[in-house]
Design a protein around this ligand. Structure first.
Ligand code: SF4
Ligand code: SF4
Length: 172
């Protein structure tokens, strides 16, 4: 199956399919066993991730705020030889939940679609878009949101719909 990688097309399709995407979320939550869903998502994700080159995209670094834990801040500040306090003042802010996040979008360390601190990037960046994790069903809200910005998430979600071809009838 041909993957959609064009960010403009992805944005247009997610705008058009917004209601359907939220309805499908409801179907998955109510009808599919949590462990079965994880197995299916992990398989689709492995296949799709192997076909998408994140270094050609970088869209998550332009559109989302990864959360930095203390060890992330220590590692990345050391990587650019800046003290913790100076790094925090220059690059970080607290979000509405009190988490440490970068203070600009795009991320200040993104240059030409590449992370200039790749080896020292926060764990949240390494893990994004988190589809390899357990309990996919508990993160569905974020998944639907991320279909708008991440080609991996977009394509996984579209292929997931194809796995349950009768899902629309089930929710009527
Ligand atoms: S630290 Fe690197 S991977 Fe993380 S958001 Fe910034 S540019 Fe992207
Ligand atoms: S994780 Fe998604 S949004 Fe981020 S660079 Fe890879 S494909 Fe693009």
């Amino acid at each position: 199956m041909q993957l959609e990688k064009d960010l403009t097309n992805i944005q247009a399709q997610t705008d058009k399919n917004s209601e359907e995407n939220w309805q499908f979320r409801g179907f998955l939550k109510m009808n599919i066993d949590e462990d079965d869903l994880d197995r299916i998502v992990h398989k689709i994700n492995a296949d799709i991730s192997s076909q998408i080159d994140c270094t050609e995209c970088g869209n998550c670094c332009r559109n989302s705020y990864p959360i930095l834990k203390k060890n992330d801040v220590a590692k990345i500040s050391k990587g650019i030889s800046l003290g913790l306090n100076d790094f925090t003042e220059k690059y970080l802010q607290k979000d509405e939940d009190g988490n440490m996040v970068f203070n600009t979008l795009p991320c200040p360390f993104l240059k030409d679609n590449k992370c200039t601190q790749y080896d020292n990037r926060p764990n949240d960046c390494k893990s994004f878009p988190h589809l390899h994790k357990e309990c996919f069903v508990s993160r569905l809200w974020g998944v639907v949101e991320n279909t708008k910005i991440c080609p991996i998430v977009f394509n996984v979600y579209e292929q997931l719909k194809l796995k349950f071809p009768k899902w629309k009838k089930e929710i009527l």
